[in-house]
Design a protein around this ligand. Sequence first.
Ligand code: GDP
Ligand code: MN
Length: 379
Amino acid sequence: MNLYEYQAKRLFAEYGIPIPSGDVARTPEEAMAIAEKYDGKVVVKSQVHIGGRGKAGGVKLAKTVAEAGEHAEAIIGLDIKGHITHMVLVDQLAPGGIEKEFYLAVLIDRAEKKPMMMASAEGGMDIEQVAHDTPEKIFKVHIDPAVGFKMHQATYLASGMGLDKSLWKQFGKLTSNLYNCFVSSDASLAEINPLVITGEGELMAVDGKVSIDDSAMYRQPKLAEMADDSIAPESEQRAKEAGLSFIQLDGNIGCMVNGAGLAMTSMDIIKLFGGEPANFLDIGGGANAAKVQTALEIILSDPKVKAVLINIFGGITRGDEVAKGIVGALEKIDTDVPMILRLAGTNAKEGLEILADANLPTAETLSDAATKAIEAAKG
Ligand code: GDP
Ligand code: MN
């Protein structure tokens, strides 16, 4: 789950990381009321779950209250790479302006199986680009979770970034706070881009991006409340309510599979044969008619879907029961979209007979099923 910038910054503030004061607004009037407090010297920023807002016109500086209102007017409703702006953050401008911008982040380095802190003097820019073009400008330290973040690591980063020695103590505190914030929030990413030196010589986080590990949501009730469910596609919300694991993708072959591993395998095979899956869907154990029906309705609600591959492995759930579930569900669904079924495992033979009796096209192997689904999707 991703936090909005304003939420990330409020979280930073709880951990003692300096941020500008400000608040969120949903209308230009609200934005002006906030700007009033800072004599109009504010930055108005689109709150969307996507980076590169600056370049897309989603970050604008104002010198007067009226100007702040105009910026809010322009930014609210703005579409940034498919993300519509419903809210803006109105922050007081960094005191004395911005002297210099840095990059600072804590994330999980999967290869090292450890959290890693990354810093660079190339702040405010796309860090992937920096990593690609000038990797020597990025400094990294791995943190042993049992030991924690150490001051010598902060010193190494500060020196790599070329930070003036007078700021090292401040930087040490800030990095240690950022690491605590990362760990205590079960974050997978806590990023400040840019971390700035203000005209008054203080370090400040003027942007913030925090991603929380979804598997930890149960023990982060305060952060879970911040989740903005309205941005998830309707189909994903519906699947969540029905207890199905569903992720919308861009292809045209709908997939209905039981088991996450099998679902991924099915998607891989479709790709291998040149097709594009429209979704990931794990209906989980059991496959009664009601569950299969909901899953199919969710898949078919995507107009891009031109064929559906149903791939079921009978384990504890027996193949004939699943087959009955599928037949029952298809009787209730009115669609022209071709379905290709593959059934294997316990009682597969009985299941396939039930499907054949209902005149449903079946496939022998997964390769066969994928090839048929791709062919069917071509129309
Ligand atoms: P992003 O483009 O989505 O990463 O949005 P940022 O929050 O990083 O803003 C982009 C750029 O706008 C920053 O790199 C800064 O140069 C500038 N900016 C953002 N906030 C402030 C601010 O409070 N004061 C000033 N002067 N510039 C800011
Ligand atoms: Mn940024």
